[in-house]
Design a protein around this ligand. Sequence first.
Ligand code: PEP
Ligand code: MG
Length: 507
Amino acid sequence: MAQPEQGPLGPEVESEKVQSALRLARAQLGELAQDGSSLAADLLAFQIALTEDAELTRPALVAIAAGEDAGRAWRGALDTEIDAYRRSGDEYFAQRAQDLVDLRDRVSSLIDGALTPPPPQEGSILVVDELTPSRFLEVDWKRYAGVVSSAGGITSHVAMLARARGVPMLIGPKVSSVDTDGGTPAILDAVLGVLILDPEPATFVSCAGRRRARAGNAAAALSAATAPAISANGVPVAVYLNVDDPGRLAAVSPDLCDGIGLTRTEFLFRAGEALPDEEAQLRIYRQLLDWAGGRPVTIRTLDAGGDKPIPGLTPEGEQNPFLGVRGLRLSLRRPEIFAVQLRALARAAPSGNLKVMVPMVTRPEELAAARMMMVREVEALTARGIAAAMPAFGMMVEVPAAALTAADFAADFLSIGTNDLLQYLAAAGRDRAELADLQDPLQPAMLAVIAQVAAAGRARGVEVSVCGEMAGLPHCVPALLKAGIRALSVAATAAPAVKAAIRAAET
Ligand code: PEP
Ligand code: MG
């Protein structure tokens, strides 16, 4: 028999339902931020801040005072807000609408006391409209063969999480719920980029064959993973690792790589916590250097902003945060925070082969200002008798203006950030699945710019690596080598296949 619907229990009880659901949501998100990858923790910061935002909750409480029940009042308030975000015409707010949807659903189900859905049949494919970092971290991926998401982009941060954990993810196709609700057999091939619903038996057989062949390739790649990568015509190519979360390195052998090519230090800045002090940063930087055992370790200074806001640090209300005060622009405007990071890096430098890299550089003066700050910090520490050294000081090349004039920058090394470079070059946001045709990293404009940066590096005698997602795509490797690139920095999960692609390619 259907349960009679329970009406509102009075404004006090209904308001408390919203408030306690918000408290629970905050605790859940905080836990996810601790357990999951630090990259995701950074991305959860916004949702955690929303749970404390009285402005967001006020319309729901007003509706409750007028006699509405908690669930309807909350959903109504959030739907209005989500609509406003989406209609704002502002890229930043449109992106953040996804976080509001995530929070609306989490708090709604807590208000309703919704039961956790039964676990899916093993090997199921998760089909979602959009996937946020918090949802990603909650899923038990052992039960799923992969995920299909209508929204997102291959260089979005959720896609990076999926790649780092080896979860097959297909972005873009809209799948009707009629097709997916009833246990329809399906094949997801994220390498080919296809979802086949209700396949013919013959398709199953050919896909199983492809899978076996790939598994064979993967096993062979794994045994070759620790050998150096030398191209088919005998040119050595360095393969470095991208590190988003040093905690995950414990499971990775340093022999897999030639060092660390990119450490995203955004992981240091956790949701709702104070900025880490010099000692805390120093400990982590030394751990990275210890792990690498003398191999180079590239640590990127804070790249906050863009799609990685840090409440209280990054500017609020920017019309377009990807073009705003982010990366080095922000660090130079907040010297008191930047100096802490530079001091920790200067003190870590004597413990290994440290390279410091600054993000989002546009003009040579910005790099010079950052380098000058680093030199001053080293001098000040040394004057106080504290061990410190000036590390190699280089930069990300991810702004087209810097890419086209790379030879003018006094950098000790260059690393091309293809994720941002591509979005700025093609004027197509890295998180916009609907613009996938404009986001092909192999498009002629990208390859021309990459070749130009490689030539500038050769002329200056400095290494040019590629550390954006493009470097980890085996099918892009031949074009990168042809463009003159001799160092790639990739997710640890991608390293074996990238090395195999290098060995098969000619420079
Ligand atoms: C890039 O832009 O390619 C890059 C490596 O940096 P991030 O993805 O952190 O912006
Ligand atoms: Mg970038």
